[in-house]
Design a protein around this ligand. Sequence first.
Ligand code: SF4
Ligand code: SF4
Length: 431
Amino acid sequence: MQTFFTDEQLKVPALARSNEILRSCVHCGFCTATCPTYQVLGDELDSPRGRIYLIKEMLESGRAADERTVKHLDRCLSCLSCMTTCPSGVHYMHLIDHARAHVEATYKRPFTDRALRFVLAKVLPYPMRFRLAILLAKAGRPFARLIPDARVQAMLDMVPKQVPPVSRNDDPQSFAPVGARKMRVALMTGCAQKALNTDINDATIRLLRRLGCEVVVPKGMGCCGALTHHMGREAEAHGFAAANIRAFMAEVKGEGLDAIVINTSGCGTTVKDYGHMFRTEALAEEAKLVAGLACDISELLVRIGLPEGAAPVRAGGMRVAYHAACSLQHGQQVKSAPKDLLKRVGFEVVEPADSHLCCGSAGTYNLLQPEISRELKARKVRTLEAKGPDVIAAGNIGCMMQIGSGTGVPVVHTVELLDWATGGPVPAALG
Ligand code: SF4
Ligand code: SF4
């Protein structure tokens, strides 16, 4: 694609990077076929190619974002299915991230929009605030139901029935391995996940210890920055990321780390991109190192190796429908590891039709774009249930909450099944 940035514009690193990305697009349109929003809405401007044109026009002109551009960019899930499909290697993720930051800096959203985004940015990344918000939402639900805003209603629909007690496992500490130490790994405990489901980190710690890992929960670690990053709130996202980089580096410089393990794939995609996020900043080297150590729990388990056929005694014959989170399959290109691990320990693994399509969760997307999100959820639940599973497994808390709110089939994290199959307790959802 031809671009017309001026020499002055290309001196700005973010514009230079976007120019590089735009030039790699040959506008073939292959990506439209696998874009969930194009499938639902059928509008070229709600496809990757359409959005690329809108972004090019917005950035090249240097003008403030307009309503039409914002509408179509806001509808993008950042699912990155287009990146998997693109034959030219267009790095859509960096392009949309830059575009979102430009929108945030130059566009004045309507008041309700700004207020909603502000609340999400100030609540979701903080587990205690999030817990409090859930309790308040439960108490005020009858009154809040009167607010005629689909997004407020979507938030109420997503409020979980129960909030687990705080898990002390999420506090900064070190868990000794069972037997001889083979590895020393840091666990990223997440933010929203700590408020919504404490079983995932508990299962991860149990499993890794059993496999000979010392598991460290570093001090000073918090949200990975993804939630605010995807809203274009760059300064906040960088603040979160910088705190994490410092927390991990303290461990690297101390006793050393073999890996930084992440069990929320949405966070994993962002942490693996810290090198890019900080490429022009003082923390560039450290960010690159942290990004290089980051891995999804399934990647680490493949490296360590799981005992074969461990499940049959308790879970033999159990049919698991595996839902591939977009951030894992498209963002990190981790596709077979979770399925291979589940099969290895004895589960029967099935996959839904159109497994490349997003479930509509996508960070805060289900709260900000409830109509499209609901349609994608219905499609995903339909295709998963069609496989007649005993349980649905996913590697991302957002997908688990989204799918769980639309089906009666239990939904668990992949690591909970792997922990169970290798000596851990039955996942709570399977009761
Ligand atoms: S598939 Fe890639 S090269 Fe083709 S239009 Fe989409 S982004 Fe551009
Ligand atoms: S990230 Fe997903 S929703 Fe956005 S353009 Fe790409 S495929 Fe479409």
